[in-house]
Design a binder for this molecule. Sequence first.
Ligand SMILES: NC(=O)c1ccc[n+]([C@@H]2O[C@H](COP(=O)([O-])OP(=O)(O)OC[C@H]3O[C@@H](n4cnc5c(N)ncnc54)[C@H](O)[C@@H]3O)[C@@H](O)[C@H]2O)c1
Length: 412
Amino acid sequence: MAKVKMALIGCGGMGTRHLYGVRELVQSPFNNIELVALCDIRRENVELAATEVEELLGSKPATFTDVGAMAKAIPDLEMVDVVTDPSVHHTVVCQALDLGLHVLVEKPLAITVKACHLMMEAAKRNDRLLSVAENYRRDPSARLIRHLIDKGVIGTPYMGMLHSVRPGRDIFITPWRHLIDKGGPLIDMGVHFTDLIRYQLGDIKEVYGDARLIEPVRQKQESIGDHYTFYQQRHKAMDQEVPATAEDSSLAVFKMESGATVSWIVNIGGHGSAGAQLILGDKGCIEGWGNRGGSTQLKVAGQEDVQYEQLLAEYKDFSLEPLAEYFFPQRSSLGDKAVDWKIIALEQYELAEAILNGRQLEVDGAEGLKDVAAVYAICESARAGRTVTMAEVENAEVYDYQAQIDEALGIS
Ligand SMILES: NC(=O)c1ccc[n+]([C@@H]2O[C@H](COP(=O)([O-])OP(=O)(O)OC[C@H]3O[C@@H](n4cnc5c(N)ncnc54)[C@H](O)[C@@H]3O)[C@@H](O)[C@H]2O)c1
């Protein structure tokens, strides 16, 4: 099978996990990529990743600290997987596209809506593919929920609830996740959720929102669960306290193009905890929007809840794409410790298939932009003190909140 030569750019926490994704794909009968190089501006990060690749795949790829030098040294490089922090997605991705490379970029597509537009323009002018790694929707649970909605199992969806309230003042994974011009916690977690809402219920029309910063100082956790060497080393080196400048708490009402409404509360900080995820239809209700390693159940008033396995047994026409069937033969990822890596492999595989065989991208630049814009619509609405339309946020006509980020990063 033909293989696309690929390089990873950004060898931090998620970059390391993308290397495990490569291993899942390479070891499958569907493999269509060859990892030829790694790149990170920090020499120690790229070297640690190279050691990781040697353990995972048996040999070390070439290492670089500069994207241009990498492209020059490997003229038949076709695709890059960009996993840098979001504040530089637009610079790295535009450079890669201008070098003639196809790009898979981690979510969020970019740090602001204007930065998203820069990347889409670069993809267009170079006639290259731009794909966004929005992983939650690729989990079998998200696919099953979408299948049930499409079949009309819950009738017409009229309301939804996505409440994820997580208390505390711990540093949320990395210090940069608390800085407004690096990509705060709301954009970091929020795009997962806006992508799921749009995947299940279609596009958003209008947003009314409130966003606040409740924890201005974040503290290092005593220990972290992640076993990856990179995460452990970084945790050791982390400052005890970091200042937070990005909002950590948000409430919104989304009015969907379909007429349905969705209630949103996403807090990563503060006090109290809650989690509620429901999609309400006039014939039934689905619990959950889909999640990595997730589940779902169907609720109909007056009847026993229908659990995941029963849903699979009842809706036998539900299936996954061939590589996902290979990864998740039970059509479920519940309890699968490799689910994170397998979904990343699906993302890498899809772009390589698009390059080799013209496969359609599921989350391209236009889709990724909508996910970013929907989160910023909450902040823009809070700033403007009124409901905002997605059209005015996507076209950067309502932009007061993001203007400060663009100014800090020199985006115009
Ligand atoms: N889909 C998910 O579930 C998920 C989970 C975690 C992170 N992410 C996303 O992955 C991305 C990276 O997050 P992370 O937690 O790995 O961050 P990180 O800080 O751990 O790693 C970022 C890496 O990028 C490198 N880098 C920065 N600028 C660079 C440049 N110009 N060129 C090359 N390398 C550069 C840094 O040195 C670092 O090694 C973010 O977009 C984040 O939102 C997604």
